[in-house]
Design a protein around this ligand. Structure first.
Ligand SMILES: [Zn+2]
Length: 361
């Protein structure tokens, strides 16, 4: 074997396990693998998960915060205006530089799959797309990139009902259209904040349709917390969709970073662990089984939405995995430490070492 990760805690298995890797595949799982490998890593009882999947990120806009005039009120209209000012001046080189930095940061935080969104409109024309195509070439060996259009028999991912307005009803249309077109399992919808504003009867009808149509829903809590609820008086809503209810309803829910320091969102580290933490806080998912489910939102569920093949930790799966810096999902969130090690294609791709020292005594 090329690589063995020893003493790893794995979801759904008691005790610690050794994960054996040959080439780019996981080939063995055992409580103790007898043979030796060229490279061995001791996970030390920490959790090991497949690498994180970010199903929604605007790589063309990352880090625009560094060069734009500051936001005043974060209304959606203002965010759009600021974006237009920059989109009109986009160059491929500029996008490559900013998006490349975002990808590097994402990898350090354990993400190896990004579904990138590029604005295509009369302001930026096709430059956002050209920038991301160039980006895909540059990073092809390290990350998989994006899907774009049904025209080329690709899957569809739409931003839907990104508002608190209960009169916004695109999601149910999308679900029905998905079934009519026979596109079940190939459609994702992001945000869907309006669903949270519907009355219970209508919300249940829409959630039934989503399940029937096998539409995946991406909730991206960072951006929703900042941009939504802007017209509310107290109590102010959180702007996210019905994450917990959708999950309990059996709809495939996943979660994404969405924005990194752009006109819509001023912060962001391209960190899917942080995304899970925000989901747990905003969707009231704090019980152990709920925290575990929230990690599925950035791993297995996101992989299902993106229809990734051979994703997971069973023998035969691709050897793309994170050795985390804590034993349980709850501890990963509590400590907020980046993955100790990121493995892709069976090779060590990134490492984080957190050094802390108390100097008071
Ligand atoms: Zn978005």
């Amino acid at each position: 074997m090329d690589l063995i990760i020893r003493h790893a805690r794995l979801k759904g298995r008691e005790g610690t396990w050794d994960v054996g890797i040959t080439g780019d595949r996981i080939v063995a799982l055992a409580e103790q693998l007898a043979e030796a490998a060229t490279t061995e890593v001791d996970a030390g009882g920490n959790a090991v998960m497949p690498t994180y999947v970010n199903g929604h990120i605007h790589l063309d806009k990352c880090y625009l915060q560094e060069k734009m005039r500051p936001n005043k009120d974060y209304t959606f209209g203002e965010c759009l205006e600021l974006t237009w000012e920059h989109k009109a001046r986009y160059t491929v080189e500029d996008i490559l530089e900013r998006a490349g930095r975002a990808i590097e940061e994402g990898i350090l935080n354990g993400t190896t799959v990004f579904r990138a969104f590029a604005d295509v409109d009369s302001v930026g024309k096709l430059r956002g797309l050209e920038g991301l195509l160039a980006l895909r070439e540059r990073w092809r060996s390290v990350v998989y990139c994006f899907e774009l259009a049904k025209r080329y028999d690709k899957d569809i991912h739409m931003l839907v009902d990104d508002t608190d307005n209960p009169l916004s009803r695109s999601l149910e249309y999308l679900a029905v259209k998905t079934m009519r077109e026979g596109y079940q399992g190939r459609v994702s919808a992001s945000h869907c904040g309006a669903l949270a504003a519907y009355n219970e009867i209508h919300a249940h009808k829409v959630m039934d349709l989503l399940k029937q149509a096998n539409v995946s829903i991406s909730s991206n809590p960072h951006i929703s917390l900042v941009v939504q609820g802007r017209y509310d008086q107290e109590p102010i809503r959180r702007g996210i969709t019905r994450v917990k209810q959708l999950w309990q309803h059996g709809v495939n829910v996943f979660s994404s970073q969405d924005d990194v320091a752009d006109p819509f969102y001023p912060f962001g580290r391209n960190d899917q662990q942080e995304v899970v933490s925000y989901i747990c806080h905003t969707a009231h998912m704090a019980a152990p089984s709920e925290v575990e489910a929230a990690f599925d939102f950035v791993t297995y569920n996101a992989a299902r939405a993106l229809r990734l093949q051979n994703y997971g930790l069973e023998p035969g799966c691709k050897a793309d995995l994170n050795v985390l810096a804590a034993a349980t999902p709850r501890e990963v969130l509590r400590l907020q430490r980046p993955p100790r090690l990121v493995v892709r294609d069976g090779k060590l791709l990134a490492r984080n070492q957190v050094q802390r020292e108390f100097m008071g005594r």
